[in-house]
Design a protein around this ligand. Structure first.
Ligand code: GLU
Length: 493
């Protein structure tokens, strides 16, 4: 646990890039769980000092993503763009104490020096020359009078920085590898390294849990904490998320924005559960954790150094498990907007036909992996088939006597008074016996006639939910289609 911090305070500090990346969401989840586990506070800070890239929409996308995941924050959101004066105050403090200095070198000049070093096959380090540190006070004052822009560089001390990361253990960095890094850009904005240290320190952050792509930045941050006489927090760097090819997860692998998973019909519970297992484990091989269980089980000790692989199939499987556990009513609530948007039903239809729709959803639930599949897999319950599956026609409708079979089914079902699964099944079985056919020989052509497809839930359940009138109509329509399109049906080879 951290020394010197009375309370546990953690934060998620996204740069607003227009969407919440799954890696960012995973970081947010770890922070949120840690805060909830320890009775600490989870804070949100928007790192929007890159004015070009940070608009309000970009910030909204992140906030919405967090809200969708149910990751609420405990205090007002901090925006770095509103804290420029605070950074300035600390910059002045470092300038005054000689721990930082103004650098008037233009980008072009730095580039020239970099090029020269490259030509001479040396590494470029500004600190080797420290051109601007050597300037006299008069020169500096004159430059400023002229209105020349300057950046502020941190004056790197000699030696090495050693710190212990909670996950990676002791890390030692020789300052030879570092440079006099910029802490204030010439546009007046602080760099990430500076703002992050000032904010974390002012916000009383006790633990920084973030992606290990920031591990190499941490020595710079520690140097700044030391220069400012502030207590560094505990650092917890979490391993990268990789795609199945073991490369860093990127667009190339598929969706990387949380919003895309929402659109695709994943439940927030699934995404939270799934992401929390990327780089963390409870110690056993359990995979399904409710939010309460995650809070109970989460610990920083369970975070591993090993990169985690984003396995979309596992995510799908997990979503199926969560969907299965939903009540039919809740499932309807969740898919209602999708059914309406697909033009299958109106709000009024849903109210009128609710009982039947609930039964349809109950029937589909065991096969569902994503909510977005629902309109497509259940459309035939609400509208007649738009087309018949070609392969299905080739396989099940080519027999010369298929119309006759369908006609027999229609007549038999027309006489059924108990139009339920239990009432329908014996009727078809009896017909099969009479014709000396296997049930499949009638069920497949029938399924195609009723649904237009070769796959559906049990055909008797489907029929019961379609109702007698629709079933008879669809069989008749299929017979008519076969009669009118003998060439099409027969030409299928
Ligand atoms: N804005 C940084 C990022 O999005 C935050 C890094 C940190 O947590 O310190 O990567």
């Amino acid at each position: 646990m951290s020394i010197g911090f009375e309370k546990i305070r953690v934060r998620f500090a996204p740069s607003p890039t227009g969407f919440l990346h799954v890696g960012g969401a995973r970081t947010a989840i770890f922070n949120w769980l840690f805060a909830h586990k320890t009775g600490g506070k989870f804070l949100l800070r928007i790192e929007d000092t890159d004015v070009q890239r940070s608009g309000l929409d970009e910030v909204d996308a992140i906030i919405q993503g967090l809200q969708w995941l149910g990751l609420d924050w405990d205090e007002e959101i901090i925006y770095q763009s509103q804290r420029l004066q605070i950074y300035r105050k600390y910059i002045d403090e470092l300038l005054l104490s000689g721990k930082a200095y103004k650098c008037f070198c233009s980008k072009d000049e730095i580039e020239r020096q970099r090029q020269k070093a490259a030509d001479e096959k040396r590494d470029f380090r500004y600190r080797l020359n420290r051109t601007c540190l050597k300037r006299s006070n008069e020169e500096i004052v004159a430059f400023e009078r002229e209105g020349r822009l300057f950046a502020v560089r941190f004056k790197l001390p000699e030696g090495e920085t050693v710190f212990t990361d909670h996950v990676y253990g002791e890390i030692k960095v020789d300052h030879q590898q570092l440079d006099d890094f910029i802490i204030l850009r010439s546009d007046g904005y602080p760099t990430y390294h500076f703002a992050v240290v000032i904010d974390d320190s002012e916000m009383g952050i006790s633990h920084i849990i973030r992606g290990d792509d920031h591990l190499s930045n941490t020595p710079k941050h520690i140097l700044l904490y030391e220069a400012l006489g502030k207590q560094p927090p505990v650092f917890v760097h979490v391993p990268l998320i990789l795609g199945p090819d073991k490369q860093r997860l990127s667009k190339r692998h598929g969706a990387t924005a949380v919003g895309e998973y929402e659109k695709a019909g994943y439940l927030p519970e699934t995404v939270c559960n799934f992401l929390s297992l990327l780089g963390w484990s409870s110690g056993d091989d359990r995979e399904i954790f409710s939010r309460e269980e995650l809070i109970r089980e989460f610990s920083l000790e369970g975070i591993s150094k090993k990169s985690a692989v984003f396995d979309e199939q596992k995510l799908e499987w997990m979503n199926g498990q969560y969907i299965m556990a939903l009540s039919d009513e809740r499932l309807l609530e969740l898919v209602q907007p999708r059914l309406i948007a697909a033009g299958l039903l109106t709000q009024a239809d849903i109210e009128k036909d609710k009982e039947r729709i609930l039964k349809i959803l109950a029937l589909l639930k065991p096969r569902l992996k994503r909510l977005s599949e629902v309109p497509e897999i259940c459309s035939y319950f609400f509208e007649k088939p738009q087309a018949y599956d070609e392969k299905g026609m080739r396989k099940h409708w080519r027999a010369a006597d298929v119309e006759e079979k369908l006609e027999r089914l229609r007549t038999a079902f027309g006489k059924v008074t108990d139009f339920t699964t239990a009432g329908l099944e014996p009727v078809l079985r009896e017909l099969c016996e009479g014709l000396d056919l296997s049930a499949a020989k009638l069920i497949h052509p029938l399924r195609l006639a009723l649904t237009g497809r070769t796959f559906s839930p049990g055909i008797f359940e489907v029929m019961a939910l379609l109702g007698k009138e629709v079933v008879l109509e669809r069989i008749a329509a299929a017979i008519e289609f076969i009669q009118k399109n003998p060439v099409e049906v027969n030409a299928l080879t």
